[in-house]
Design a protein around this ligand. Structure first.
Ligand code: GDP
Ligand code: ZN
Length: 291
């Protein structure tokens, strides 16, 4: 008996990383009867059938902490949302949309601001402060100079993380900095497209260092806000949460209503720009409905 994590599933085979080798496993028939589909990210128990050939049978799937739908992965702990301090410029609207997606999937969020080495004006510090005050963990980084890579490594240790963020912000560079053995392609777009072609459309886990995984999926970089109900949006702005429910009106949208407990804190505990983006996205979602 060995325990491990499913890192890949192809054509009825599940590849289980046990910490001492990856075993190719078939799932026992009982899972089909129970209508349980083994999923990348599942923590499982296997029995070894052929030690030399690294083949086994998947016997037990332990209870899942959560399940992401797009990409389909279970037990993801957190989202590392990566932006660059400069080049490309940090776009807070896009950052908030990534946060909304992560909050919605109940993932912990770490905001990574990379390329601080080229932000001589240190403008990133203002952004970092806004998000720290809003209740997020923010790590300013430089993959180039190795700044705070140890902190990032600590956050990733022993967890399953998704790396999200626009292209060119340094996601691959940060992973290479965390573990130079990974040798991921960086920079040149052509090389990356090449890599993209070869990766399956299914999610896989990549072990970045012992027992620490990232979801390797082209899927998580796109933004699906389309299926969010406007009334749930408020819960994805974590700094609103202490005040939701204290408004005069129970269905308060926190926009036009009088005696709104959320609005009362805008400019104080709630950052005004974050609040304005809530209003914009709320309007967007309301308009989608009308279409
Ligand atoms: P990805 O698309 O998010 O994976 O970004 P890459 O890791 O491919 O990096 C995009 C470009 O930014 C590459 O040319 C990197 O060399 C550069 N880059 C990445 N991290 C840093 C950094 O910390 N500082 C600077 N100055 N450039 C960086
Ligand atoms: Zn309100």
């Amino acid at each position: 008996m060995l325990k491990g994590t499913i890192v890949k599933g192809i054509g009825g085979f599940y590849y289980v990383n046990t910490g001492c080798g990856v075993y190719e496993c078939r799932a026992r028939g009982k899972f089909r009867l129970e209508k349980v589909t083994p999923t990348v990210g599942d923590f499982v128990e296997i029995s070894v059938i052929d030690e030399n050939g690294r083949k086994g049978s998947l016997d037990v799937i332990f209870a899942r902490r959560n399940e992401l739908i797009r990409p389909r992965v279970s037990n993801v702990d957190q989202a590392a949302i990566v932006f660059a301090a400069k080049s490309p410029a940090l776009n807070p609207d896009l950052l908030d949309r990534f946060i909304i997606l992560a909050e919605r999937q109940k993932l912990d969020v770490i905001i990574c601001i990379n390329k601080i080495d080229i932000d001589k004006s240190e403008k990133y510090k203002d952004i970092a402060e806004i998000y720290t005050k809003s209740g997020f963990k923010v790590i300013p980084l430089s993959a180039e100079e190795g700044t705070n890579i140890d902190l990032l490594r600590e956050e990733l240790n022993g967890k399953i993380s998704v790396f999200a963020g626009p292209s060119g912000v340094g996601k691959s560079s940060l992973l290479n900095a965390v573990n130079p053995m990974l040798g991921l392609n960086t920079g040149e777009i052509s090389a990356k497209i090449e890599r993209g072609k070869h990766t399956t459309r299914h999610a896989e886990l990549m072990e970045i260092f012992d027992g620490s995984f990232i979801v390797d999926s082209p899927g998580f970089t796109s933004l699906f806000l389309d299926d969010i109900e406007k009334d749930e949006l408020q819960y994805y702005f974590r700094e609103f949460r202490p005040y939701i429910g204290n408004c005069r009106f129970s269905g308060c949208s926190h926009i036009h209503e009088p005696e709104c407990a959320v609005k009362a804190h805008v400019g104080g505990r709630i950052n005004e720009m974050r609040y304005n983006r809530y209003v914009n996205i709320y309007d967007e979602l309301s308009n989608e409905r009308k279409k």
